[in-house]
Design a protein around this ligand. Structure first.
Ligand SMILES: [Zn+2]
Length: 173
């Protein structure tokens, strides 16, 4: 830790206390006597994402958030739900305790959650993530959803207008 005034490396700690951002230490330079402050904080374990092409990049929460937000754009979802979804995924990722996670694992986590949240957002995300190259692959995914709609989780927004009535009748509203 170099003195910001003279650059000397020797200093003594004259005060040390906990701060919200870590430990705050007040130091005095042994060379010029100037006082300065340092913060010591824990480095969060870094997490790397292994992409499909084998490249690695550091996990980026914002990037994930942007992708999911885009999929949920203009959908009638409760405020803050996307942030919560990203929080959940981030927590689960760090909970895995691994240094590297394949991007498909993260993608599947998102898909799983979006599927129980909103089918339209799910399809949008899937079309980017799974890179649907033709309409047949997309149709297959939609068909799967439609056939699974009987076992629709409560609170799911209906995919088709006519199921709306059914769904609302079911929930007793
Ligand atoms: Zn100094």
């Amino acid at each position: 830790m170099n003195c910001p005034y003279c650059g000397d490396v020797h200093s003594k700690v004259i005060d040390s206390r906990d701060a919200s951002e870590g430990i705050r230490r007040r130091r005095q330079c042994l060379s010029c006597g100037a006082r300065f402050t340092t913060y010591e904080k824990t480095q969060p374990a870094s997490l790397f994402v292994i992409k499909k092409d084998g490249r690695r990049e550091e996990f980026n929460r914002d990037k994930l958030l942007i992708g999911i937000r885009k999929a949920c754009e203009k959908r009638p979802l409760p405020t803050g739900i996307v942030d919560k979804l990203v929080d959940d995924i981030e927590a689960e990722l760090y909970h895995l305790g691994r240094q590297e996670v394949p991007s498909v694992v993260i993608g599947d986590m998102v898909m799983e959650r979006l599927k129980s949240l909103d089918y339209i957002a799910y399809i949008r995300f899937a079309s980017v993530y799974r890179e649907f190259t033709d309409i047949t692959a997309l149709k297959q995914e939609v068909d799967t959803l439609l056939s699974a709609e009987a076992s629709q989780p409560p609170g799911q927004l209906p995919l088709l207008p006519d199921t709306k009535v059914k769904g609302m009748a079911r929930s007793g509203k």
